[in-house]
Design a protein. Structure first.
Ligand SMILES: [Zn+2]
Length: 177
């Protein structure tokens, strides 16, 4: 199958009018924040995005991203392979600080347009994949090196408390402030 790189950014209003769909990949090198918290095992992540206009005339950017990752098991500290899928529905807004007159339906996340009326698809997908990561990555007990030792759930192995990779939620929090 031929793989196409999706555009790094789009103008949602135009894309929605043309009902654009993007089915392709984002190369690993563009996902540096995700790479900091998990190892991306393939050279890309798969992304499919549809743009359209809903009955309320809101522009909608909807899609799915899938990544094969290696996380760090919080119990034994060894690698843990995981398929992470993120589904998202966004509506672009002009100015996040300004209250819009019509409330945005709760089903949509809001994404702020930049000064050119564009959004970064790469950032959007990366944020979504980071949010989709398990809060605590752990092997199934039978697969975990420490799983068969008598440890109660939630207790961390001494070596696992030394976090080599930053918590993705902390990273996101910093970015959003
Ligand atoms: Zn483990």
């Amino acid at each position: 199958m031929q793989t196409v790189k999706i555009p790094l950014s789009i103008e949602p209003a135009k894309a929605a009018l043309k009902r654009m769909t993007y089915d392709g990949i984002i190369v690993k090198g563009n996902l540096s924040r995700l790479n900091e918290v998990a190892e991306v095992l393939t050279d890309h992540v798969n992304v499919s995005i549809e743009c359209g206009v809903d009955p309320q005339d809101l522009v909608v950017i909807q899609g799915t991203a899938t990544a094969s990752l290696e996380l760090t098991c919080q119990r034994c500290g060894k690698g843990l392979k995981a398929e992470v899928t993120a589904d998202f529905v966004y509506t672009p807004i002009r100015n996040a600080a300004k209250e819009s007159e019509d409330p945005i339906p709760e089903a949509y996340d809001e994404i702020e347009l930049d000064e050119y009326g564009s959004i970064s698809l790469v950032h959007l997908v990366e944020d979504e994949l980071m949010l989709a990561l398990p809060i605590v990555a752990m092997h199934e007990p039978k697969d975990c090196e420490l799983g068969n030792k008598n440890m109660s759930f939630g207790e961390l192995a001494p070596e696992a408390t030394v976090q080599e990779k930053p918590n993705p939620f902390e990273v996101l929090k910093k970015l959003k402030t």
